[in-house]
Design a protein around this ligand. Structure first.
Ligand code: DQA
Length: 185
């Protein structure tokens, strides 16, 4: 079972009522439910093989703790909206670099079309991709990309296992050759 970890940073718990001109009208609960539904309706080849875990916190340390715990929790992909920490947190950046799990950075608003201080992100250069300005839909695109990546990994692992199973008998034959040569000599 591979896990997708969705992390929401500070003040995103207020979505729905928080500056709807920037962040839209969807609540965080509604966004999360859409993401859970997407994972619940996976294609047959991956059904039951991908899990989603969602966590929101206003605290930098709590987000770091979740990221540090991710490898042991079986997380294969992270979707993160670091919110205000996008522009300030070397510490969250360091934790996501440390675990080396691929991630997509999501912003509801277009951070490049807003105040100058929002244009810099401590995450974008490490991210697989950045989605900014597409509202709640941005999370859906990110989850779809995460699912696609995990499906590919599962398919590759399956074909590697199949190949190594079919290669084993052959390697037994090859390793037998030198001894039969020795026998001839
Ligand atoms: C945000 C953009 C950030 O600049 C801001 O601090 C947020 C939300 C977004 O989703 O658009 O809290 O990450």
């Amino acid at each position: 079972m591979r896990k997708i970890l969705v992390l929401h940073g500070p003040n995103l718990n207020l979505l729905g009522s928080r500056e709807p001109g920037h962040y839209g009208h969807s609540t965080l609960a509604e966004i999360d439910q859409t993401l859970r539904n997407r994972v619940a309706n996976l294609p047959a080849d991956t059904a039951g093989k991908i899990e989603i875990e969602i966590f929101q916190s206003n605290a930098e340390s709590a987000l770091i703790d979740r990221i540090q715990a991710a490898p042991l929790a079986g997380v294969g992909f992270i979707v993160i909206n670091p919110a205000g920490f996008t522009h300030t947190s070397v510490a969250i950046r360091d934790s996501i670099a440390a675990v080396a799990i691929p991630f997509i950075e999501v912003h509801l608003s277009n951070i490049h079309a807003r105040e100058t201080f929002r244009k810099h992100s401590y995450f974008s250069d490490l991210a697989v991709g950045v989605i900014s300005g597409l509202g709640a839909q941005g999370y859906e695109f990110a989850i779809d990309a995460a699912i696609r990546t995990i499906r590919l990994t599962i398919a590759q692992n399956t074909s590697t296992t199949q190949n190594s199973n079919t290669l084993n008998p052959k390697s037994a034959v090859i390793s037998a050759a030198p001894s039969s040569n020795q026998h001839k000599n």
